[in-house]
Design a protein around this ligand. Structure first.
Ligand code: UN1
Length: 507
């Protein structure tokens, strides 16, 4: 199977991929075009992107608006069948999708494989949810002589704006949820990763999602802004930074016309608290996975390890040892543990943060970069620093930099307060074998996803619904049983069924 993936990556180098605006099945006019290069090697052109123009956004809105009534009244089972068929296609073409995620997104092969699985899971999960919840109205109890029911409907044209760190899974997840709920969709992939998203859109269309129901609009923030500001926009699903989520919320609030919901999944200042009852081997294993997997470019990734002083020395020594084993390099090479960061802008932010840390923090370990494997890409060596207090950090820094804070036995509440005061609430790790400690921490912190004695990444669709609170997002949780509700309108219908009302035959 691995050989197969390797071949797919080689073959993918002979294809010149194209991501172009796609509206009603036709290519949009486009504003400008540019090559898409691999973050692992800026000289490797993966394909071309034609970015959508603002005029494309208006056309796509009009087309999607016109297509809405027919899609909304399509039986949920039919919509679900198209998503299931898309999942089948993704499964069949997994090697090609993996190849593009590796080349365009710089993700290592195992991450890319899990990502394709996650995209497939999202399609199947939301398809199942749509069949369960959207197929027929729920009858509600009421007084005799009255019939009450509750039904779910699509809202209209949904705008989906997704990030580059899961260029397939999050893109497909948002789109599948919006479609399953009966909305038509304008989807904008991240600027850095339009190609794999374009491939997925092709699969969704081949699987039976009508061309007019799903438009694809690659581009930068200007395209996103036009989508959100459009009169027809009936809802927005956004995954990305807290700052951009605020800009979207302001744009929506300032519009005339209907009130429009925003489903935002944003950043985190994710912490893991290890107390002296924790097993240092386990802590180190899970910290390395949580902080450095995917080059720390997950919103779930660990940023701050709070380690109790009694075990801090052992954990630090073992952590430095484990970091020494990490291999940083070509994401297409199976021996690689950590690939590149997404682009030069991202690398520069990390370099600046590390040099700021150098001015006051105690460096624990910085991984070595192999010049030959990394000189043409945006690589950043994973590193760990000990700092005296979490309050030093103002915001999330998106990459493989781990901060470590030591705490003393009596300070557990202060640790919790420090984590709470960041305002974020996405993931939290607890390593402890004392039940009371686990209970004390979970009672105090408002966090979307808490993980005990394990790593804090890789939430599984339907198993660990994902999403945070506060600065980390609005909910509901992706991959959870309530996600589709926010993409829908709920309507109740109450009918007088008494003969006296003359309505006995109604409903
Ligand atoms: C993100 O990184 O934007 O649990 C969200 C995880 C993933 C996180 C996805 N589901 O690691």
């Amino acid at each position: 199977a691995l050989q197969h993936l390797h071949q797919a990556i080689q073959q993918s180098r002979n294809v010149n991929y194209l991501a172009a605006p796609l509206i009603g099945g036709k290519q949009g006019s486009g504003a400008s075009s540019r090559p898409v290069c691999s973050p692992a090697n800026q000289r490797e052109v993966v394909g071309q992107v034609i970015e959508a123009s603002v005029a494309d956004v208006s056309t796509a809105m009009a087309v999607a608006q016109a297509a809405f009534p027919a899609w909304e009244s399509t039986p949920a089972a039919t919509r679900a069948a198209a998503l299931d068929a898309a999942a089948d296609l993704m499964q069949e073409r997994l090697p090609e999708l993996v190849a593009l995620i590796v080349r365009e997104g710089g993700r290592i092969q195992v991450d890319a494989v899990s990502e394709v699985r996650e995209a497939i899971d999202f399609c199947r999960y939301y398809a199942a949810q749509a069949k369960e919840k959207f197929a027929a109205p729920i009858e509600l109890p009421g007084p005799t002589g009255e019939r009450n029911s509750l039904s779910l409907h699509g809202r209209g044209v949904f705008v989906c704006i997704s990030p580059w760190n899961f260029p397939l899974a999050i893109f497909v997840g948002q789109v599948a949820a919006a479609l399953a709920a009966g909305n038509t969709v304008l989807a904008k992939p991240a600027e850095q990763t339009p190609l794999v998203a374009a491939l997925a859109v092709g699969m969704l269309h081949s699987a039976g999602i009508p061309a007019h129901v799903l438009a694809f609009l690659p581009g930068d923030g200007r395209v996103g802004a036009a989508m959100v500001a459009a009169r027809e926009c009936a809802g927005v699903a956004f995954t990305g930074s807290t700052e951009v989520a605020r800009i979207i919320a302001r744009t929506l609030a300032a519009k005339d016309g209907p009130l429009v919901p925003l489903i935002a999944e944003t950043g985190g200042q994710n912490a893991l608290i290890a107390d002296s009852s924790a097993l240092p081997e386990q802590v180190v294993r899970d910290v390395v996975a949580s902080a450095f997997n995917s080059a720390g470019q997950r919103c779930s990734a660990l940023r701050v390890l709070f380690v109790q002083a009694d075990i801090a020395e052992r954990v630090s020594t073992m952590l430095a040892g484990a970091m020494q084993e990490l291999r940083i390099g070509d994401p297409a090479d199976l021996r690689t543990d950590v690939g590149p960061v997404i682009d030069e802008a991202a690398r520069k932010v990390l370099v600046a943060h590390a040099s700021w840390l150098d001015s006051f923090a105690k460096p624990l370990y910085t991984c070595a970069l192999d010049e030959r494997a990394t000189s043409h890409g945006s690589f950043f060596a994973p590193c760990a620093y000990e700092i005296d207090s979490l309050s030093r950090l103002e915001r999330e820094v998106f990459g493989p930099i781990l901060h470590i804070v030591r705490w003393r036995g009596e300070d557990l509440d202060k640790v919790c307060d420090a984590i709470a005061s960041t305002g974020y609430g996405l993931t939290l790790g607890i390593h402890s074998r004392i039940e009371d400690t686990v209970r004390r921490i979970t009672a105090r912190l408002h966090v979307g996803n808490t993980y005990v004695n394990r790593n804090v990444i890789g939430a599984v669709v339907g198993v660990q619904p994902f999403g945070g609170e506060g600065l980390s997002g609005t909910g509901p949780k992706a991959g959870g049983p309530h996600y589709l509700y926010r993409f829908a309108s709920e309507r109740t219908l109450s009918v007088d069924t008494t003969a006296a009302g003359g309505n006995a035959s109604l409903m």
